[in-house]
Design a protein around this ligand. Structure first.
Ligand code: HEC
Ligand code: HEC
Length: 303
């Protein structure tokens, strides 16, 4: 990986840049893009993937918790689909191994799209455009399995390369200001980096919310405990990615915090035991802003 990127500036840095170019199948990705915004994938025709993960607005819905079919309110904040492919597992508690297994979840979830497979197939097959495209790309009638494959290809295309931070990692020393570099040093020195690292600045381990100082009154929905029933897993989540974090408010699994500076303050206190000064919070937020990448190229029609 390091060799492929080919820059000395990277040596020893715990964060890895997103590739500038990914190998995407453009036909599948464009079909997936249509499916991703298609409300016919929900029982009452009200909800598409894009309703909760707007690809043009950070891959999220900017609500504390999402609303599905018939206005049913969930308990969890929708994580971004941008760069989700780089996460080691999917969902807050990592219950899906990959994006394909993940995408099955909301289609079947009675709180979200509430669909049966036969109904998905029937609706896709009733569309002559889908008939044409599925036959051309997959050589058979439209069906859920191939639809999931196409959606995953679209999601893979939702990568955001060339953030200022990645440019700095690749050796462009002018890409960050002094304040932003100080923010990064602080992020490393106080230990944010121990959980938020790797290509997605997170997304590669399970950790507690409240690792040092437990969070009082924490709404524990969707944690590892939900999956395992083991007390050890209470308030334990997949560490979220911090890429494009300035574009994905509100924050945390329950969407309880609207502001990024507040999220940083809470993280430092509960997960590291530090009370940060205003100035320190400000520097870390300045660093986090440099993780804004280029919006996914597929949105302009060029995967
Ligand atoms: C009603 C709102 C809603 C709809 C519709 C929806 N999602 Fe989600 N999505 C969520 C929520 C909430 C979560 C977090 C759930 C959890 O972790 O248990 C999530 C999680 C995800 C994740 C995991 C990201 C990560 O970092 O773990 C991906 C990827 C994703 N959704 C893609 C999709 C796709 C593809 C579709 C359409 C097939 C879809 N979503 C439909 C709300 C929604
Ligand atoms: C012990 C591991 C750990 C450490 C250390 C840590 N985090 Fe986190 N971080 C997490 C986990 C786990 C979550 C998800 C918590 C939740 O949603 O309940 C999270 C969530 C966040 C979020 C919200 C992300 C979102 O999409 O909602 C931000 C912002 C954040 N961390 C920044 C930081 C900063 C800045 C530091 C250092 C001051 C830090 N974290 C230190 C594990 C950690």
């Amino acid at each position: 990986m390091l060799l492929a990127i080919g820059s000395l500036a990277l040596a020893g840095q715990p964060i890895i840049p997103i590739p500038r170019q990914m190998d995407i199948d453009p036909d599948k990705a464009r079909l997936g893009q249509r499916l991703f915004s298609d409300r016919r994938l929900s029982r009452d025709l009200s909800t598409a993937c894009a309703s909760c993960h707007d690809p043009r607005r950070g891959g999220v819905d900017h609500r504390p918790v999402s609303t599905g079919v018939e206005g049913r309110k969930g308990k969890l904040n929708a994580p971004t689909v941008w760069n989700a492919w780089f996460n080691f597992r999917q969902f807050w508690n990592g219950r899906a191994e990959d994006l394909k297994e993940q995408a099955r979840g909301p289609i079947h979830n009675p709180m979200e799209m509430d669909m049966r497979d036969e109904l998905v197939n029937a609706r896709l097959q009733a569309d002559s455009g889908y008939q044409r495209d599925f036959r051309r790309i997959y050589g058979r009638q439209p069906n859920l399995e191939d639809a999931l494959d196409a959606i995953v290809e679209f999601e893979r295309a939702l990568y955001t390369p060339d953030s200022r931070f990645d440019r700095w990692l690749r050796g462009d020393s002018t890409a960050l200001s002094e304040k932003e570099r100080e923010g990064y040093r602080l992020f490393k020195r106080i230990g944010c980096i121990s959980c938020h690292n790797g290509i997605n600045v997170g997304g590669n381990s399970y950790q507690y919310f409240g690792a040092v100082v437990p969070v009082k009154g924490l709404r524990e929905a969707g944690d590892r405990y939900d999956l395992t029933g083991d007390d050890f897993d209470r308030a334990r989540y997949k560490v979220p990615s911090l890429r494009n974090i300035t574009r994905t408010a509100p924050y945390f699994h329950d969407g309880s915090v609207a502001r990024l500076d507040e999220a940083v303050r809470l993280m430092a206190y509960h997960n590291l035991g530090f009370d940060l000064t205003e100035e320190e919070v400000d520097k870390i937020v300045a660093f986090l802003r440099t993780l804004e990448g280029k919006p996914p190229a597929i949105l302009d029609g060029t995967p």
